[in-house]
Design a binder for this molecule. Structure first.
Ligand SMILES: O=c1[nH]c(=O)c2ncn([C@@H]3O[C@H](COP(=O)(O)OP(=O)(O)OP(=O)(O)O)[C@@H](O)[C@H]3O)c2[nH]1
Ligand SMILES: [Mg+2]
Length: 196
């Protein structure tokens, strides 16, 4: 079975990718399988593209193989696009999904439903030895709810109502999420590369 290394330590992303790559008969390996040899990579960029490139190139250079990285987050219009690239560490330095969700809810306290528009963004960077890094972007439009609902997924999924649905991403099955997500839309544009 073909394998691809994804430069991530996020278990939620790994689950999403396992389902998405399954269709291509490709097995997903993440930094969770390769640690402890791989140290932490500092995300010093100010755009999804910069951070995705930092992660993909660092691991590709270390392992001398093609590597995909995912930098993603949620952009909330009423917060001028925040938390954006800082989504994982919005409420502090630790990746604390619950604290991040509470911070978003408190900042949107007085914002009515019509103004709670937001989108998930996923940028994939594909780094290959000796080649320029390639980028693919996927977005999923929706709205922020008034309380967390649902048990599936990760991150901001319990707050996010994708456009056209009366439920949050955390109420969707992994398969349903995999049909409409920002991650799926970014990966769709990689079909040519994956079939090589
Ligand atoms: O509800 C969500 N559903 C999603 O599908 C999703 N995708 C991203 N996010 C949020 O954005 C951060 C990414 O930050 P990020 O790209 O730096 O990843 P990370 O630091 O968690 O892991 P790594 O890949 O860098 O190792 C994550 O932590 C989440 O808070 C999501 N939230
Ligand atoms: Mg990160």
């Amino acid at each position: 079975m073909k394998e691809i290394v994804i430069a991530t330590r996020n278990k939620g992303k790994v689950k999403d990718f396992e389902l998405l790559f399954n269709k291509y008969g490709i097995k997903v390996k993440s930094l969770l399988d390769l640690s402890p040899e791989i140290g932490d990579i500092e995300e010093t960029g100010t755009t999804f593209e910069e951070n995705a490139a930092i992660k993909a190139e660092a691991i590709s250079e270390k392992l001398h193989i093609p590597v995909i990285a995912d930098d993603s987050g949620i952009e909330i219009d009423a917060l001028n696009g925040a938390p954006g690239v800082y989504s994982a560490r919005y409420a502090g330095t630790d990746k604390d999904d619950e604290a991040n969700n509470q911070k978003v809810l408190s900042e949107l306290k007085n914002i009515p439903s019509s103004d709670r528009t937001a989108r998930f963004v996923c940028v994939l960077a594909i780094a290959e030895p000796g080649k320029s890094t390639v980028f693919k972007r996927g977005e999923c439009e929706g709205k922020i709810g008034f309380e967390p609902v649902g048990e599936n997924g990760f991150g901001y999924d319990p707050l996010f109502y994708p456009s056209g649905f009366d439920k949050t991403m955390a109420q969707m099955s992994p398969k349903e999420k995999s049909e409409i997500s920002h991650r799926k839309k970014a990966l769709d544009q990689l079909e040519d590369w994956l079939q090589k």
